[in-house]
Design a protein around this ligand. Structure first.
Ligand code: BG6
Length: 489
């Protein structure tokens, strides 16, 4: 199966924070891969901006290194890389002063698509937006791309929205949640809305509960200072996991169109019930060797905060109070230093209304598990008869599909989330970006949950590196007569 690559229009993409970590790890390597795939047209330019006094050659050297470091060896072609680097330029800029802006105005064309990527600390968003206007660089058609964290609560998210709105219209603002750029996350919509098979069962009558798991093996070492002010709730749940929940829970949009999709997601967020403390388990990893390996530092050491009450793990029971989902809980969990790196959504179906085979015949619930990463695919567990003459005993077998196997080599060659999203910015498609009201609604739900544990001074429970999280998280499901799926790759 060969996927079509349609080149986007000619563009000037300005990356503020052009020499920063995100630019080096994701943005520049992603753009190179799109160039290699033939999606970046001749004449498109990437303009790096940062404080450092570099020239074009200096920036090209940084980008070249980033491609070498972060692009798969099989995709590194020195000739193509050389041509790609020629499309790169650099302007030193003073984000809060006037230095560099006139030069930038001279460079950015007015007759092509222009996009400005704010890959900088959120405190600078306002200054950048204002200067793009003041210096006549942005037009009414320009786009700005804004990275997370989009605020740390409702008040700060509103402030940010207001600052951006004073210079740009909502149709120009692209708030990135890189989970929406993941191929398999978009596949959730295809699976739900391009197949008749699932939709009739997709509700509280047939779905017992939903589990959404995003487990990581890494700790927070290296970014402890940021993480300690954030924690798993702000870092993962308010944004990425909320998006996954929305795609599973939303009503079919009338069209695959940015506002139609985002309107439906917003309705889900607004339907979320407040979460009482007994439906939340927070954890923090201990300092212990994993599986007999070398000693690993505790969270408090990684965060350089011995008294930290920040959670590196969280599990929540979430209820969507609407007709479709009333009575079907969504259990969410995410954490660092867990047993395996895996992201999975499991739709667990109810028991048949009556068992003609009698009790104790080996029945287990049907589960549709959608694996987001790694080994992207879907697995539906179905009951069949256990083979042999031993009477009617049931056994569970998987209907298993790996996207890579089903789609062939092209299916395995899945673009990185950032590549996809940047091309969407150039195409002017906001479907996979968060709208301002969506972000605010997500904070309005998260805020009381966070302020609840902060005001009570709740301590997260300890858990061992390489485990499935704190013991109490098991209870969250046990007490409802359910169990978590195993965390494994
Ligand atoms: C980021 C979080 O947004 O997402 C990180 O800040 C987390 O803490 C990362 O590790 C997970 O992304 P992915 O694509 O590796 O699942």
């Amino acid at each position: 199966m060969v996927s079509r690559v349609i080149p986007v229009e000619v563009f000037d993409l300005v990356i503020f924070g052009g020499t920063g970590d995100l630019a080096r790890r994701k943005i520049l390597p992603g753009l190179y891969r799109r160039y290699l795939a033939g999606q970046m047209p001749e004449g498109a330019r990437i303009i790096g901006c940062a404080r450092a006094e570099l020239d074009d050659a200096g920036f090209r050297a940084i980008a070249g290194q980033a491609v070498t470091e972060f692009v798969d060896e099989r995709k590194r072609d020195p000739v193509v890389l050389g041509r790609f680097l020629e499309s790169l330029h650099y302007v030193p800029i003073d984000a809060t002063g006037d230095g560099g802006w006139n030069r930038l105005r001279g460079l950015v064309r007015k007759d092509v698509v222009t996009a400005f990527y704010f890959s900088v600390a959120p405190g600078l968003f306002g200054a950048l937006a204002e200067r793009l206007h003041k210096h006549g660089i942005a037009t009414a058609e320009s786009r700005i791309v804004v990275e997370k964290p989009f605020g740390r609560d409702l008040a700060t998210a509103r402030e940010l929205n207001a600052v951006l709105a004073s210079h740009f219209a909502e149709r120009q603002i692209y708030r990135i949640d890189h989970y929406l750029g993941k191929e398999t996350v978009q596949n959730l919509m295809a699976v739900r809305f391009a197949n008749l098979l699932f939709e009739p069962l997709w509700n509280h009558q047939y779905v017992d509960h939903v589990q959404i798991t995003v487990a990581e093996t890494v700790g927070v070492g290296g970014r402890g200072a940021y993480y300690d002010k954030s924690g798993a709730m702000r870092d993962m749940v308010q944004n990425h996991m909320m998006q996954l929940l929305c795609l599973i829970a939303m009503e079919p949009p009338y069209r695959f169109d940015p506002d139609a999709v985002r309107d439906e997601k917003l309705k889900v967020i607004k339907a979320l019930r407040p979460v009482p403390p007994e439906n939340i388990v927070r954890g923090q990893y201990r300092g212990k060797p994993r599986n007999g390996g070398p000693a690993e530092p505790a969270y408090s050491v990684d965060a350089e905060n011995p008294d930290s009450l920040t959670e590196s793990y969280i599990a929540l029971k979430v209820e969507v109070a609407n007709w479709r989902w009333m009575g079907t809980p969504f259990y969410l969990r995410t954490g660092k230093k867990l047993r395996a790196r895996t992201s999975e959504i499991a739709i667990v179906f109810k028991e048949p209304p009556h068992s003609i085979f009698g009790d104790g015949q080996g029945w287990r619930e049907n589960v549709l598990a959608i694996r987001l990463q790694p080994n992207e695919g879907m697995n539906l567990s179905v009951m069949i008869k256990e083979p042999g003459p031993g009477g009617m005993r049931l056994t569970e077998v998987p209907l298993d599909m790996s996207f890579a196997e089903a789609l062939g080599p092209e299916g395995a060659d899945i673009p990185d989330a950032y590549e996809r999203l940047i091309m969407d910015v150039i195409r002017g498609n906001q479907t996979l970006f968060m709208r301002g009201d969506e972000v605010e609604a997500a904070w309005a739900w998260a805020d009381p949950i966070i302020s609840g544990w902060e005001s009570r001074g709740d301590k997260p429970k300890g858990y061992d590196p390489g485990s499935s999280g704190p013991e109490d998280a098991l209870m969250l499901l046990h007490r409802d007569g359910r169990r978590w799926r195993e965390i494994r790759e």
